[in-house]
Design a protein around this ligand. Sequence first.
Ligand SMILES: [Zn+2]
Length: 399
Amino acid sequence: MRREPEALIKFFGKLLPENEPVSLAQRLVRFPTENPPGNEAGAIEHLAEVVQDWGFETELLWTDTGRVNLVARLGWGNRSRRILFNGHLDVVPSGDQAAWTREPFEGKIADGRLWGRGAADMKGGVAAMLWAARLIQLSKEQPHDAEIVFHLVSDEETGGTHGAKFLVDHGLARADAAVVGEPTGLNVVVASKGAIWSRLNVKGKSAHGSIPHLGENAIERMADLILRLGDMPLQGEHPLLGPPTINLGTITGGSKINMVPDRCVLEVDRRVLPGESRQAALGQLTRLVEEFRADTGVEVDLEEILYASGYEIDPAEKIVQAALRAAEAVTGEPKEPRGARGFTDARFYFLEAGIPTIILGPGSISQAHAADEFVEIEQLRLSVGLYALIISRFLSGSG
Ligand SMILES: [Zn+2]
């Protein structure tokens, strides 16, 4: 029997125990999984217990760096059609406590919101995707010959090497489509920027602050280099993502007010568009540094800290169309494919495992990494129905 989306949503809504997804998200927020250092294990082991109780198959995979990832599966028949959901359990540090009016790891529910670090990014999404599968399991809308796979991972906030990438590298990402439940305000994201993070190290020569002419001031030299970085042209514009950007994120230099600093270090966050190559973006920075070195004789080196490629998928992909239709049905609003400026684990699934991957989840991206982070409970609950609808339609092959 095929139900219309509205009927299906209502049906799932009735099945959904009032507070369960919110309570699961709340329990997850109460694990302080700050990364760094990345102590996700408690939250991930808790999830393994929860879904084992539901009858999902689970596998905990530990990296040799002591990080853990959970692969959970719910399947029917020969499992020939498969949808994968990814969620990370690490959160960025809560930061300056004075900026918070709520306890970051208390998981307080007030004003229709679940508050706390990770509520939006992305423990709300994790709770919702698991409950969506649970609803499918409890319902009579069971797919045939299909499987729902969850990658509940560590290490997203510091690059994903020990999390999603680890699972992809171990051949555990095989699916017809993937959904990364990062906060998008229930919009369907089909493109995101990547990033090259680099560190510029300018060397000078120290001297006493009363005789600066005998030293070489690394901070002053860095100031020259920063002006050049500001003039560096950034080419290109993406219809969903806008232009590439550059942000000077941190600077350190000098050890004492009365000394000429012999070292100044700048960290630069250059965001790249899908299709903009690592070589091209890094090459531009390298040339700028080489020119600076040639013009000034200043010793400066450039070190790459992190690279994440941008990615985009064709909006005509089945998963995109299924998600757009489901999001329209659930929210009652028209939906268009969107772009996301931050990079996520989605890139591993698409670029390394070849899986059409969207990003879609409850909560606002403006909440991610902010003080007083929250997810709206209504949105969390809607996303359960939304994911369930996507699963149901995608696995039944009706798109
Ligand atoms: Zn995230």
